[in-house]
Structures are given as structure tokens and as C-alpha cells.
Write a protein that binds this ligand. Sequence first.
Ligand code: FMN
Length: 418
Amino acid sequence: MKCVDDFRLKLGGREFVPIMTGGMGVDISTAELALVSARLGGIGHISDAMVPTVSDRRFKTGFVKEKQKKYKYNVFNADKSVVQFDLERLAEATRLHVGRTMEAKRGAGLIFINCMEKLTMGSPRDTLRVRLSSAMDGGIDGITLSAGLHLGSLALVQDHPRFREVKFGIIVSSLRALLLFLRKNARLERLPDYIIVEGPLAGGHLGFGMDWAKFDLKVIVTEIHQHLAQQGLDIPVIPAGGIFTGTDAVEFLAAGAGAIQVATRFTATNECGLPDKIKQEYLKANEEDIEVNMISPTGYPMRMLKASPAIGSGIRPNCEAYGYLLDASGNCAYHDAYNRELEKHPDEKTLSVMDKTCLCTHMRNFDCWTCGHYTYRLKDTTRRLPDGSYQLLTAEHVFRDYLYSTDHRIALPLQTPA
Ligand SMILES: Cc1cc2nc3c(=O)[nH]c(=O)nc-3n(C[C@H](O)[C@H](O)[C@H](O)COP(=O)(O)O)c2cc1C
């Protein structure tokens, strides 16, 4: 019986363990988590979501305070178009986050960064260019383009000296999205080095509508395999979303996938950036505690625990400090929802906004508990402790379980001494 370790991902003339840990913003997929994957010969992702905030936490820098101070005068102004990121500071924060992570890398694997197009940051093209190029300056091994079609993203950095050396991948949820990406980038003669196909059971934002349940990862992966074969393109395809056991992974690898991308199982590890108390919320969740809703201002459906404090919260938009979802005109869908409620209830101290959420603030504070569909199975991957809580795992344990498990078995951790 085959296990994941019987397969290898071939990328740029080298071979890797075919396990990628997915990007999870904001700093849920920490450098520590990504470094474990790389040390064990696979590929780990850090995320480029809200990097100035992440850098402040990691390195005690003051990027957020500085921006907040600069725009303090605008806090009560509904018009956020003046709020802009200082591109130099953004580059500095990204180089720091990426550079320190790369310095710490050991082992035969790679570290990639997950870069979301939907983080429009008040000036979509300029901020994306800076994020991509400074990640390359910082020595990143690869960039995964996510949360958007990225039709113009590669062109933004085509003149960067590392443009043909850094691995570029795209996350798609349909053949159609892949075809658009390939067509738009044809003139650059820079095909993606890998294609992550994310199905409807993934965590974070979904590349589907609210009819996500009608789609099936295996069907989409097969369509994409067939298209690439017809075109004679040899690009590794990497399925993601709901791959919970090593055996799930082997099924995809045996059918021709180059690797698999996984995330949910790593939310129950010590290295995951969620606070321990919230990891317990994930571990104890049952199927009925999880929903897909439309409260993200990005317009994409998002999967999360129903108990997330972000749901229904009506806090004042915090764009002067964050502002990652402001579009080129300074708008964010949360503002409209918030201002509407404010107008309806001008005297109320605490507002409730049900249809949208201030995603920046709530992701920053770990109050939006986005999760994968199979989060309710996490409790089966560990032991219950005498106090009723669940034992956290090491990322190495989960990685090795994916690597060696057969027959859908999941290895429980060693019991921690009482
Ligand atoms: C907590 C959490 C946060 C996530 N955040 C992001 C993100 O910021 N950007 C992104 O492209 N994907 C995000 N994802 C998706 C993962 O990178 C991955 O592709 C997917 O969840 C894999 O499926 P699995 O969780 O069932 O293993 C997130 C997933 C989880 C569980």
C-alpha cells in the first residue's frame, strides 16, 4: 500500500516531499510552521497578509503605530481615500518578515509566500508590486498568487532580477480561471511553475459562489490535468481543500498530482499562529458549528466557525491603522454596512453589523475564526486531556502523519506526561 513518501514533487529540476502547508493569514501560517515543512523536505508557506502588523508582533517594529499616527485626523471621516500605505515602509516590513524567515530556513525544502490580490490596500497595483518585489528581494523561494485572478500580477515584477528564478504558482478553483491567467500572461513567456487547485472544502476565502457545495475538487483537478496534457504542458498540479489523511493525499498523487496543499490539520499545532485558546475552539468544533458566509468585504464566500466574534460585530472601521481592503477609491464594503447601521442607530453605543465585517481588525485580533470544512474532525487527530481540553500537536507530527499514514489512519500524539 502506497503512502505519500512514495511520491516526490519535481520542481525546477529538484525533488521535494510532496506536501505543501498552505498560506494562512494573518500569520496563522507562521514562519515557525513553514520552517518545519521546509526542514522536513516539503514546502511551507508564510502569508503576506498585513505584514506590517505581523512584523510589529514578530520584531517589535512600529509600522502600524506610525501609519495610525499619520492618519489620526481622519479616524471619524467616512471618506478613507486619503489613507495610503507608505510603499517604502511596506517594502521594509516585507523584506524583514521574509528575510528573517529565509535566514532561519534549514533542510532540503522551500519557503513560499502566499500573496492575495484581494488585499487592494488603497492602491492595488503599487502595493502589490511592492509586496511581490520585496518578497523577492528578501530571498523568498516562491510566490503563490491567491485570492484573485492575478491577470496583471506577473507583469508588475517582470523586470525584477529574480523574475525567472523565483517559483511562481497560481491558486485557481476552475479551469476557466486558469485559462484566463495563462492567456493574460502568455506574452511574458513565464508559465507558472505550479498550479494549486483549491476546492470548495478549503479554509479562508473560497473561489466559488455560495453554491460551493455543488463543486468537487477531484472533478476540477481532472479537467485541469486533461487541459495541460492536451497542451503538452508539464506543470505540477497541487490539489487543496479537504485532504485530511495521508490516504486522501495518495489518491490525488496516484492520479497524477505533483503534490498536495494542506492547512486545516496544522491549525491544531503548537507552531500555528492562532492563540492556544482559539485552537481549542477549532478542536472542539462540530460540523454544525461551521458555516460559509458572505461577511468578508472581499465579496468572496468565507468559511468560519459560527462562534467567531467577528460575526455581527459593528466596530468602527480601523483603516487608518490597517486599511488592507480599501479599493483604489478608498472604499470597503464594510464601510457601507457600518455607515448604514450608524445612520439607523445614531445613539447606540455598540452597533451590530450582520452582513459584513471589519476583516482587517478581526483577522488581526484572531476574532475571525476562518477554518476548513473538516475542522470538525480535528478532535480525532489528538487526545483529550484530563481537564477536557485537547492536546496540541507538533507540526512535525502532523507532517509525518500525512507522509506515512495508510488506510486513512491518523496517528495520535504521544501522551504528554501528567
Ligand atoms: C485558518 C485558515 C486560514 C487560511 N487563510 C488563507 C489565506 O490567507 N490565503 C489563502 O490563499 N488561503 C488561505 N487558506 C487556505 C489554505 O491555504 C489551503 O489552501 C486550504 O485550507 C487547504 O485545505 P485544508 O484546510 O482542508 O487542508 C486558509 C486556510 C485555513 C484553514
